[in-house]
Unconditional design. Structure first.
Length: 131
């Protein structure tokens, strides 16, 4: 990058620098498209994994795509339900293999491992989604 940029400054050679930048845009765009497809596949998989979903569990799953880390109290506040109801909803989603409890965190917190992998793994081709 800096070599090509130096050539622009010294020799007015824009061609290689522009080609490099456009290649970068194309690679990043392709990566983003693949990740979007993976998020959509994950959404479908999550909804199928919950047996007899309720409107609230459906909504909680959808919410994971905006906030992939949740707690019982965050669900309790967001949906205006009791602590025990929120706990039961998250346990149901956890049993379906959608969320995993974070170890040694108090209050208890859960995260959607697949969503975190899709969002934060540097090479999308190395992502292996669970079940």
């Amino acid at each position: 990058y800096t070599g090509y940029l130096f050539q622009v400054s010294t020799d007015g050679r824009w061609d290689q620098w522009i080609k490099l930048c456009l290649t970068g845009v194309a690679v990043q765009s392709d990566d983003s498209i693949r990740r979007c497809h993976m998020f959509n596949e994950c959404r479908d998989k999550y909804h199928k994994k919950v047996g007899s979903p309720t409107a609230r569990t459906h909504s909680i799953i959808e919410g994971l795509f905006c906030e992939p880390v949740v707690s019982i109290t965050s669900i309790q506040r967001k949906y205006g339900v009791t602590y025990h109801t929120a706990k039961a909803d998250l346990e149901r989603i956890q049993e379906a293999g959608i969320i995993t409890e974070l170890a040694n965190i108090r209050p208890r917190a859960f995260f959607a491992r697949d969503l975190m992998a899709i969002a934060y793994t540097s090479d999308v081709n190395q992502i292996v989604l669970e079940g």
